[in-house]
Write a protein that binds this ligand. Structure first.
Ligand code: IMP
Length: 200
C-alpha cells in the first residue's frame, strides 16, 4: 500500500521512513505531488492540525495520507510552546530551530533543573479516501537542559533530555531517539493498526 506523507520537512520524512522501514508500505511524500497546496495549521490542538493536514492531502492525492503534528510542552511555561513549537521565535521552517531553542533557554533562564520538565507530543493522523481518519498519539517525557548539546536530529533535540537519560536527543543516534521518541511511539501504534487492519 502507498501512503503519502503530508509534509515537506526532509528530516521528518527521513525519520518516518526509517521508523516504517519494516512495514509493508511505500512511503511517498508531498515532493511526489508538488501541486498539492500547503495546509494552514490553524487549529489549537495537535490532533486538529494532524487531521486537517491528512484529510487535505488525501483529498488532493486520492491516496491514504499520513500527517504528523508535534511539538514540545514545557511544564514551567504552562505547556508552551505546544502547537506553536515550529514558530516559537517568530519565523517558520527548519532554519528557525536554533532561534526557537535559544528563546526557550532564555525563557527558562531562572528555572532550576528540577522544574524544567517537558514532554514532546506527537499526533499522527491517517486519512483514507473513504473519509475515515484514525489518530495515534505518542509522548516522550523529559526535561530541558541548561545548554544545547549534540548535533543530530532537528528542532529542540539539542535541549531535550529524555527521562532516565543524561544525553539530549541530539546526542543520540537516530535509532536510539526513535526508540524513545513521541513520533516513534505514535508510529508503533500506527504500525500495529496497519498490521492488524490492512490486507496487503
Ligand atoms: P510540526 O511540523 O508542525 O509538527 O512542528 C513541530 C515542531 O515541534 C518542529 O518544528 C520542532 O520545532 C518541534 N518538534 C517536533 N518533534 C520534534 C522532535 O522530535 N525533536 C525536536 N523538535 C521537535
Amino acid at each position: 500500500m502507498e501512503i503519502v506523507l503530508a509534509t515537506r520537512n526532509k528530516k521528518k520524512i527521513e525519520e518516518i521512513r526509517r521508523i516504517t522501514a519494516d512495514l509493508p508500505v511505500t512511503i511517498l511524500s508531498l515532493d511526489n505531488f508538488p501541486d498539492c497546496p500547503e495546509t494552514v495549521e490553524d487549529k489549537e490542538t495537535f490532533e486538529g492540525n494532524a487531521v486537517k493536514k491528512a484529510a487535505e492531502v488525501c483529498a488532493c492525492t486520492g491516496k491514504p495520507s499520513l500527517a504528523d503534528d508535534s511539538g514540545l510542552e514545557v511544564d514551567a511555561l504552562g505547556g508552551a510552546p505546544g502547537v506553536y513549537s515550529a514558530r516559537y521565535a517568530g519565523g517558520s521552517g527548519s532554519g528557525n530551530d536554533i532561534k526557537n531553542y535559544e528563546k526557550l533557554l532564555r525563557e527558562l533562564k531562572n528555572v532550576p533543573e528540577e522544574k524544567r520538565g517537558a514532554q514532546f507530543v506527537c499526533c499522527m493522523a491517517l486519512a483514507f479516501p473513504d473519509g475515515q481518519v484514525k489518530t495515534f498519539f505518542g509522548y516522550a517525557k523529559g526535561r530541558i537542559g541548561l545548554e544545547p548539546k549534540g548535533n543530530t536530529g532537528f528542532g529542540y533535540d539539542p535541549v531535550f533530555i529524555p527521562q532516565g537519560f543524561l544525553n539530549t536527543f541530539a546526542e543520540m543516534t537516530g535509532n536510539e531517539k526513535d526508540s524513545l521518541s513521541h513520533r516513534g511511539k505514535a508510529i508503533e501504534k500506527l504500525a500495529k493498526f496497519l498490521h492488524g487492519h490492512i490486507h496487503l
